[in-house]
Design a protein around this ligand. Structure first.
Ligand code: NO5
Ligand code: CA
Ligand code: ZN
Ligand code: CA
Length: 536
């Protein structure tokens, strides 16, 4: 929208007239209504469900219909997975398309069904489609809020019904706006309401709706080996012909919970998609502020490059417009699926080399590193923590740096500053943190790169160190060691670059350790932006 939402809110009456159900809700068990005349080309819930079944039956090698949860009224929320070897979870970049989060925005469901059909019907004959299906795992959730959609067409007329159909305690007002109910910076701000009667009601708490929970749980299930497999997503809404990137919760272009690189990539990809469909590209909050949206959750929690598309130029476009409105997005969605293999590659070959190799972690979200994985660490204080380090300074200079090299988070030996520089530094021995398994490719020229800082005071010695090892099964090989000595060493960021040739085609882990080997001196280590680059 929200021109649509804007129109509904624009009266100054918060669209209250629209909140009154015009007809009583049909019980879920009653015969499902079809769309009103002129709109019967849209899929009802039953027709959508039957289409997914037909596709899964006709293309069993590349399509699967999967239940991801149930709506408040008990309708199954369906997903379709499309990929070669569809029964196997292969290490391929994943993409998510969803529609129907708002009950009255039926074009989004049509859009997702079109995407499904472009893929399955073109597979094996259209080489671009075949390549996408073979190299990606595509998830499609056509109707996130099936109760809202069914109610919207109940009685053979439209009801402008946006929310789900969940009752609210203490009021006769029905429904929560599912696109205000996700648990990232949930609550308040912009066009988000705490009033159960409002069309943008956020719900009593984050994830109070079964519909948002179903999407949340589905996304959580796509974390494999510590890493969210879904790289890019579009959530389809209506209307206004917009392509919007995160965030909606703030008008700041690059807030603390977005990296500069991600911002550049989000804008470049959004702008590129908009150039192909003729929509306007903008940050979500340029339209109006929101909180608890699908898109903010997907980027904020998982760093999925997630976009909201507002389809169409009006509410309830008649069914003759389905083909053209969905068709104009074909290039954008094909491009998104192709780009999912290396989103930041849009920024040029330096990014493709640095950010799309066998491993890339900016530590902005948890990606499965484990502190003291072997249980043999000896440190008594200052164990590794992922987060935003607080600066510490002695008379001799900075010991723990104030900031990291990307975004706001890295790994540090004790994030907090405490009451003195010695309060939260490393003490008593060694702390280690170990990466998830990394599958190196067979190519020569892969490099391990990371940014690091190691500081100590003049009581240090060579038993104090910052060490990086490659773990191959039980064998640990040190590839980088920086030792302490009896001098004051201040925090400073350095780049390490290590040839990984001997581990090509191997599955490894990385272990980063820091040791305070003696005395009560100050030892502080920090690292960020660990990558295995791919060759030029
Ligand atoms: C959306 C977007 C601003 C995310 C919303 O008109 S819409 O309701 N589809 N617009 O307000 O949730
Ligand atoms: Ca596959
Ligand atoms: Zn919407
Ligand atoms: Ca970082």
């Amino acid at each position: 929208m929200s021109p649509s939402l804007r129109a509904r809110l624009g009266s100054g009456l918060l669209g209250l007239a629209l909140l009154v159900p015009i007809a009583a809700a049909a019980p879920a068990s009653a015969a499902a209504a079809d769309f009103p005349a002129g709109f019967t080309g849209y899929h009802t819930y039953a027709e959508m469900s039957a289409d997914l079944s037909a596709v899964a039956a006709r293309y069993p090698a590349i399509a699967r219909k999967i239940a991801i949860g149930k709506s408040y009224q008990g309708r199954t929320i369906w997903a379709v997975k499309i990929s070669d070897n569809v029964a196997t979870d292969e290490p391929e970049a994943e993409v998510l398309f969803d529609g129907g989060t708002h009950g009255d925005e039926h074009m989004g469901l049509e859009m997702t069904l079109k995407i499904m059909h472009w893929l399955v019907d073109g597979y094996g004959t259209v080489s671009r489609i075949t390549n996408i299906v073979n190299s990606r795992e595509i998830w499609i959730i056509p109707s996130v809020n099936p109760d809202g959609a069914a109610y919207d067409i109940s009685g053979g007329r439209f009801h402008l019904w946006r929310k789900n159909r969940q009752p609210n305690a203490g009021t006769t007002a029905i429904g929560t706006d599912v696109n205000r109910n996700f648990g990232y910076r949930w609550g308040g701000g912009g066009r988000t309401s705490t009033n159960p009667a409002a069309i943008t009601y956020q719900g009593p708490f984050a994830f109070s709706t079964p519909e948002a929970r179903s999407v949340r749980d589905f996304l959580a299930g796509r974390v494999v080996n510590g890493r969210q497999q879904i790289r890019m997503a579009i959530t389809f809404h209506e209307y206004g012909r917009l392509v919007m990137w995160p965030y909606g919760y703030t008008t700041t272009d690059i807030p603390a919970d977005m990296t500069v690189d991600d911002y550049k990539g989000l804008v470049a990809i959004g702008t590129k998609m908009a150039a192909s469909n003729g929509y306007r590209a903008q940050q979500a909050s340029d339209l109006y502020g929101t909180s608890g949206t699908t898109r903010d959750f997907e980027y904020g929690v998982y760093r999925i490059f997630s976009y909201t598309f507002e389809l169409s130029v009006k509410d309830y476009p008649d069914d003759a417009l389905i083909a053209s409105e969905t068709g104009r997005n074909k290039e954008a969605v094909l491009y998104l699926m192709e780009r999912a293999g290396c989103p930041l590659g849009i920024l040029g070959s330096a990014y493709r080399i640095a950010r799309c190799g066998a491993f890339d972690d900016d530590f902005e979200v948890s990606r499965g590193w484990r502190v003291n994985m072997a249980g043999t660490d000896t440190a008594t204080a200052g164990a590794w923590q992922r987060g935003d380090p607080a600066p510490t300074t002695t008379a001799a200079g900075r010991k723990q740096p104030d900031s990291v090299t990307s975004g706001r988070y890295g790994f540090a030996t004790g994030l907090a500053a405490g009451t003195s520089p010695a309060a939260n530094d490393l003490d008593g021995g060694r702390t280690s943190t170990t990466s998830p398994t990394i599958a190196l490719t067979a190519s020569a020229g892969q490099k391990l790169q990371f940014r690091w800082s190691f500081a100590h005071d003049r009581t240090a010695s060579a038993v104090d160190e910052f060490r990086v090892e490659v773990l191959e099964g039980a064998i640990a090989t040190a590839v980088f060691v920086s030792r302490g000595g009896a001098w004051e060493r201040s925090a400073s960021w350095n780049l390490a670059s290590i040839d990984m040739g001997r581990w090509a085609a191997k599955a490894i882990r990385l272990r980063f350790s820091a040791t305070d080997g003696g005395g009560s001196g100050i030892v502080e280590a920090v690292f960020d932006d660990v990558r295995v680059t791919q060759p030029q």
